[in-house]
Ligand binder design. Structure first.
Ligand code: SF4
Length: 335
């Protein structure tokens, strides 16, 4: 076993902080056997997350027509994609999606809207109403929102309605971000996250990989998330959609995806690390390896514009591994 890896693993298991330099040496070393790294990540997941898996589910509450030019996104007006486009769903439709998510054993439900930000106060009111309905009808479901940039006033309204967590991805490193999006800045993304944190709202923020970024970019993202002290880290892997700027991207190798998940577990040992978009398409028969690589959660059901894998298959995979879905067969754990 690689000596520096053993030392770092021991350090993390004893809750001592690692430096970016020592983790960088590991991640940038091609000679480090993948299975040694996965062994370490799995040990750390086992220590801090036990054998529980948290499932999240989302609804695309407002689809398409986004002014932004995120190169991977099928909802951008800068891309010519065949997706469904519609304005904000009504509360009953959102509630229906939340019920279906809970039936699939998800305990975290995200309402996602396209666009740089929600412009109309009426839309924030609709979302707050939906949140209140879900909290009343499905008390075991945690609600989060992903509405792009959110100002302090709207954050306070969402908090009052019962939102405990907001989702806002940083997507990649600050350095690489201009290659991914030119219509808004990294700083604007950080601003929303910092404002939410200040109000005591939990943060769900991660990124998308396979955009042409380097390993150093991935490390920079992970350390920025550590600095922000986010609570959940969704990891997405590019599923190239026809008509987007990245439609011809070469998919990441499975081993590279697993290596990346493992490095995130080493950098963020106690956080919820969830594998979300692009799981089935990129990992195929290797999907169960995400837990050995250190993930303790995943998204179930459909993605924003793409269909997900059948939920029964996902739940069977978790059961077959001897892992247990949080709140799936016992009292849901709600923060
Ligand atoms: S990722 Fe969000 S902000 Fe970027 S184009 Fe897609 S919907 Fe718009």
């Amino acid at each position: 076993m690689n000596e520096p890896l053993l030392k770092i693993t021991d350090k993390i298991l004893h809750a001592r902080k690692t430096s970016s330099k020592e983790i960088k040496q590991l991640y940038l070393c091609d000679d480090l056997p993948l299975f040694d790294l996965l062994w370490a990540a799995n040990k750390i997941r086992g220590k801090f997350k036990t054998n529980k898996v948290e499932l999240c589910s989302i609804v695309n509450a407002k689809s398409g027509n986004c002014s932004e030019d995120c190169k991977f996104c099928a909802q951008s007006i800068h891309h010519n994609t065949k997706i469904e486009r519609y304005p904000l769903l009504d509360e009953q439709s959102i509630l229906k999606a939340a019920k279906s998510a809970r039936a699939n054993s998800a305990t975290c439900f995200g309402m996602v809207t396209s666009g740089k930000r929600i412009q109309k106060p009426k839309e924030i009111s609709g979302i707050c109403k939906a949140v209140k309905m879900i909290r009343t009808k499905i008390p075991s479901m945690k609600c989060s929102v992903s509405l792009g940039a959110i100002d302090k006033r709207s954050l306070s309204r969402l908090k009052e309605a019962g939102i405990k967590k907001i989702h806002h991805n940083l997507e990649t490193s600050e350095n690489y971000f201009p290659n991914v999006c030119t219509t808004h800045t990294y700083e604007e993304r950080l601003k929303t996250l910092r404002a939410a944190k200040k109000l005591g709202i939990r943060l769900c923020s991660g990124g998308i990989f396979g955009l042409g970024e380097s390993r150093t970019d991935r490390l920079d993202l992970a350390f920025t998330l550590r600095e922000l002290d986010v609570d959940s880290v969704p990891l997405n892997f590019l599923h190239p959609v026809k008509g987007t700027a990245l439609e011809n991207s070469v998919p990441m190798a499975v081993s590279e995806i697993l290596r990346t998940i493992a490095i995130f577990r080493l950098i963020l040992p106690k956080k919820d690390i969830k594998v979300c978009g692009g799981r089935a398409v990129n990992l195929r028969s290797m999907q169960s390896m995400i837990f050995f690589a250190g993930a303790n959660g995943m998204m179930i059901g459909n993605y924003l514009t793409q269909a997900g894998q059948d939920s029964k298959t996902d739940l069977k995979m978790i059961k077959d591994l001897g892992l247990r879905v949080t709140g799936g067969d016992d009292n849901a754990e709600i923060y």
